[in-house]
Write a protein that binds this ligand. Sequence first.
Ligand SMILES: *[C@@H]1O[C@H](CO)[C@@H](O)[C@H](O)[C@H]1NC(C)=O
Ligand SMILES: *[C@@H]1O[C@H](CO)[C@@H](O)[C@H](O)[C@H]1NC(C)=O
Length: 331
Amino acid sequence: MKWLSLAIATVFAGPSHAALRFGCSSLTIQRLDPLVQPGKTPSAHVHQIVGGNAFHPNMTGDIGNQGTCTTCTFTEDFSNYWTAVMYFRHTNGSYKRVPIMQNGALPTPINGGMTVYYTQQDFSSNGNVKMTAFRPGFRMIIGNPTAGTKQGLGLKFVCLINKGTRFPELDTFPTTPCQGGIMTVHHFPACWDGKTLDPPDHMSHMYNTVRDAFQNSGPCPSSHPVRVPQLAYETLWDTTQFNSMWQQGNPNPFVMSYDDSRGYGTHADYVFGWKGDSLQRAMDSGCMFQGCENGRPLLSQSVDQMNACQISDMVGEDTGANNFISRLPGL
Ligand SMILES: *[C@@H]1O[C@H](CO)[C@@H](O)[C@H](O)[C@H]1NC(C)=O
Ligand SMILES: *[C@@H]1O[C@H](CO)[C@@H](O)[C@H](O)[C@H]1NC(C)=O
């Protein structure tokens, strides 16, 4: 349904109905968190990070001018995007990190990572509202790892039958094994106060009018009047190798890296780092998905080039990618 209406909308869409959807391969997986714990090596729990190679526990300033490569499709995008990682907890008490697989509908073979969206009111309209790109130094967080209740409409889990499954969207981890893996979804708020780049709580400069899934967002309130692109992440966790170890009747054995087996603490972080006015040009252009590549209007790169961008391991610990570890790193 969604894809059908999308196809029709694309035909009739006028200028400035742009929507970006692109893959970013994994930049690094380690215990770093320059937003909540700047300068700390290691931070409290493991994150998976994608985007530009200026990523650093002490990163500050205009990231768009600092990177030399990016794991994302668009080569002017040195932003960093990250979430916690998922672990499987064995009944014997040890943990193994759940691998990340690439999304469907993206060029292969992207190494792990995420799918990133910058949409307007929805895929087919800007709602006659100008979308204002984020500014250098802009940062934000959605969700809270210490939360014990539902935090917002944009934070979801999907039990995948295959990579195309999108519904139903769940507020917590699925309670039975998922044949095709688990997808985590993070929708950020899209209304900005127009002034604050990064307040101490990394949140209060934003206001959420997002509804479930990729439906139209409501209008922005006067306190947060500036409409920015609707940023969203999809991460696909390949839980399938663990399903046979999930014994029937036992609770969900998957946890996020801060030891959350319900999932209410699901969270995601963003550091804006598009070069110059590239994001604004894209939002003003009317381009859609792969149609924005190859200079129309955004410069893009091959999957091999995306996968080649990496940063060093600054923490140097075993995060349990290939073997079981006795505890969650940092806990
Ligand atoms: C970050 O900055 C602090 C203070 O200048 C410094 O002590 C620390 O070593 C830096 N961290 C890294 C990983 O460079
Ligand atoms: C738990 O089980 C896994 C999978 O069989 C095994 O690799 C790991 O060594 C076990 N850990 C302990 C502490 O028994």
